[in-house]
Write a protein that binds this ligand. Structure first.
Ligand code: NDP
Ligand code: NDP
Length: 313
């Protein structure tokens, strides 16, 4: 059986983590990935506290393996989420989009393994100093909320590897075993995969969104809304409206008005693929099929092992 710092830390068979994704990763996806030997994450960013509680309880009933919750730190009800996570004895928390010094010591005191998502080696060092157990280093290729500096995974992973001693999980642009091997060669101890898991029956996102991801080609996603956050979006009517607004120099307030409330839900959960916000990574161009999450985990792992034994020269 494969064993390294990440499989030991998280008590999993393969160092493959399914990213916590708003409107996509509820208990069904998270438990399916954990049952397959990876680590499933419930994406709490789109869940009201009661909904999160329900998903944790259902996840516990559906798997005996470890699973975690991804907690975006900008979330409005964060303290309630943390209370639920502790009360429900969730063993692992991935924090993102915020300052890791605020909550890491408290979560660690409760015996929780804490992993923080960063997009630069400076943030990686800050997270390590805050006491996290590992880092997710997420490159520019990733879907959804992204680093403003646009550092690609190929550059970010070796930089973060050299900056911190704790385990590093590579993210952004990874959907296959060959990409996983490349990330490990660059210095990662494991990978976090998002977009590939959107195209599974277990993902709670709308079928229209999954089909739009299957149809995506190279160049169909771009980083936008940099003035108010930086998100990688799939091109559609809403994306075009944002681009026009950005080209004419709309300010922060005007962009927030254009975004409105619930755009992400409209696109990814309700399936309005023209007017909603569709957050997906560049790697969508390589995804051709909807298949069960367990198959995705097995395929990534088998391709990784085959690529590992194949001579490069
Ligand atoms: P279940 O199979 O138990 O139920 C699915 C539920 O989702 C149904 O009640 C259905 O309502 C509802 N639903 C479907 N589409 C929408 C929508 N566009 N807006 C609001 N509700 C919708 O699903 P789960 O066990 O996976 O989910 C349990 C709860 O968690 C549900 O309330 C679900 O909406 C929510 N959830 C939230 C996620 C998030 O990221 N916030 C992700 C996944 C689920 P109906 O009966 O009217 O068809
Ligand atoms: P919105 O503010 O547009 O909408 C909030 C969504 O989250 C709603 O769909 C709501 O569901 C759901 N939700 C779940 N829990 C809560 C809660 N406790 N309070 C309020 N709403 C909740 O958020 P986004 O999903 O687009 O983005 C999340 C955060 O990121 C926001 O603070 C936003 O300002 C920020 N941001 C987002 C960007 C983007 O491109 N999406 C860009 C820059 C910043 P329901 O509809 O069922 O009420």
């Amino acid at each position: 059986m494969f064993s390294n710092r990440i499989t030991q830390l998280l008590k999993i068979n393969y160092p493959i983590i399914q990213a916590g994704m708003i409107w996509a990763s509820g208990w069904k996806l998270a438990s399916a990935v954990s049952n397959a030997g990876g680590l499933g994450l419930i994406g709490a960013g789109s869940m009201y506290p009661d909904v999160l509680k329900e998903h944790i309880q259902r996840c516990k009933a559906a798997t005996n393996n470890p699973f975690g919750v991804n907690l975006p730190l900008m979330y409005p009800d964060i303290n309630k989420h943390i209370e639920i996570i502790i009360e429900q004895k969730v063993p692992i928390v991935f924090t993102s989009a915020g300052n890791p010094t605020t909550y890491t010591p408290y979560l660690k005191q409760q015996g929780i393994t804490v992993i923080h998502v960063v997009s630069s080696s400076v943030f990686a060092q800050k997270a390590a100093a805050a006491g996290v157990d590992a880092i997710v280093a997420e490159g520019f290729e990733a879907g959804g909320h992204n680093g403003k500096e646009e550092t690609t995974t190929l550059v970010l992973i070796p930089a973060v590897r050299d900056a911190v001693k704790i385990p590093v999980i590579a993210a952004g642009g990874i959907a296959t075993g060959r990409q996983m091997l490349a990330a490990m060669v660059l210095g990662a101890d494991g990978v976090q995969v998002g977009s590939r898991f959107v195209c599974t029956p277990e993902a709670s996102s709308h079928l229209n969104f999954k089909e739009a991801v299957l149809n995506a080609k190279e160049g169909d996603t771009l980083l936008s809304l940099k003035k108010i956050g930086a998100v990688r979006l799939l091109k559609n009517n809403f994306f075009n409206a944002v681009r026009e607004a950005e080209l004419r120099g709309d300010d922060e307030e005007q962009l927030k008005n254009l975004l409105g409330r619930g755009r992400a839900k409209k696109g990814m959960f309700e399936g309005n693929v023209e007017e909603g916000e569709l957050e997906i990574g560049q790697v969508s161009a390589l995804i051709k099929e909807i298949k069960p999450a367990a198959e995705v985990v097995n395929e990534i792992w088998n391709e990784f092992e085959n690529a590992l034994t194949k001579p490069i020269l």
